[in-house]
Ligand binder design. Sequence first.
Ligand SMILES: *[C@@H]1O[C@H](CO)[C@@H](O)[C@H](O)[C@H]1NC(C)=O
Ligand SMILES: *[C@@H]1O[C@H](CO)[C@@H](O)[C@H](O)[C@H]1NC(C)=O
Ligand SMILES: *[C@@H]1O[C@H](CO)[C@@H](O)[C@H](O)[C@H]1NC(C)=O
Ligand SMILES: *[C@@H]1O[C@H](CO)[C@@H](O)[C@H](O)[C@H]1NC(C)=O
Length: 288
Amino acid sequence: MLGWSRITLLLLTVAVTCTLAQQAPPWTENCRKSTYPPSGPTYRGPVPWYTINLDLPPYKRWHELMADKAPALRIIVNSLRDLVNAFVPSGKIMQIVDQKLPGLLGNFPGPFEEEMKGIAAVTGIPLGVIEWILGKKDAMWIGFITRSVLENSTSYEEAKNILTKTKILAPAYFILGGNKTGEGCVITRDRKQSLDVYELNPKQDRWYVVQTNYDRWKSPFFLDDRRTPAKMCLNQTTQENISFATIYDVLSTKPVLNKLTVFTTLMDVTKSQYETYLRDCPDPCIGW
Ligand SMILES: *[C@@H]1O[C@H](CO)[C@@H](O)[C@H](O)[C@H]1NC(C)=O
Ligand SMILES: *[C@@H]1O[C@H](CO)[C@@H](O)[C@H](O)[C@H]1NC(C)=O
Ligand SMILES: *[C@@H]1O[C@H](CO)[C@@H](O)[C@H](O)[C@H]1NC(C)=O
Ligand SMILES: *[C@@H]1O[C@H](CO)[C@@H](O)[C@H](O)[C@H]1NC(C)=O
């Protein structure tokens, strides 16, 4: 029964959105120009910057960040506790998570066990709860594999190889860029293996790859096609002209930018530049 009400609800929402879309254009717009550096109503501000010093012992690395974030983290953990205890009022489940889980799961690999112990100490959140939130350990949590690659891989090929082959906890898209011509790909993963590696191919004039939240070989849901607009805007520029400014223009064009857009990040591996901006999509703007 529950399942059916969910599906009905979804269809209703879609029908209403169609009607609104006809009444309230534009949900889309021409490719934006000169939006960079960020300003105006689609820019909500900078993100805070923290330095995690990997030269510190693992136990201490997250202390400064976690001291700042502990209050917010405790609120999340407490609502999870309330949720679980609402289902199993005895409180037994959370007691097991708090006290028994760390032993049951065994150690996390590499520096992660010690780092999480440090986080537990600073936030006062039991280690078991932190491990429970991060997930089980027989496969790699996505955050662990990306962190390992960023910290220790010394070439594009090595990074690509690890991201393609390591078993992971949940399906994912890995978008990887190198610093040489042709080094760029999107890896579509399920838990066990890579389903597809889509690479730049300068010879075929494929100078960019675009990834939204759909597998490349499938069509996007018809009301959620951000792939075509993104490609259209990229097609209006050239490889020679690609820059933070032209990429930010593409990522500022509705519906590539939409109400679910939280932030935009620009990275340049050769120049070692990394910029993140919080975003807004004021009305009229599609909800996703
Ligand atoms: C990276 O390699 C170093 C040296 O082998 C190791 O101590 C460290 O745990 C590795 N980092 C990660 C995130 O696996
Ligand atoms: C690319 O990165 C490698 C490894 O850091 C470096 O040795 C090389 O000089 C870089 N090449 C370019 C073109 O920046
Ligand atoms: C963008 O250009 C490529 C290569 O010319 C072309 O195959 C593709 O259809 C174009 N896409 C859009 C959305 O304009
Ligand atoms: C690319 O940049 C050059 C120099 O800045 C400019 O003259 C040209 O119009 C640009 N081309 C496109 C397609 O944006």
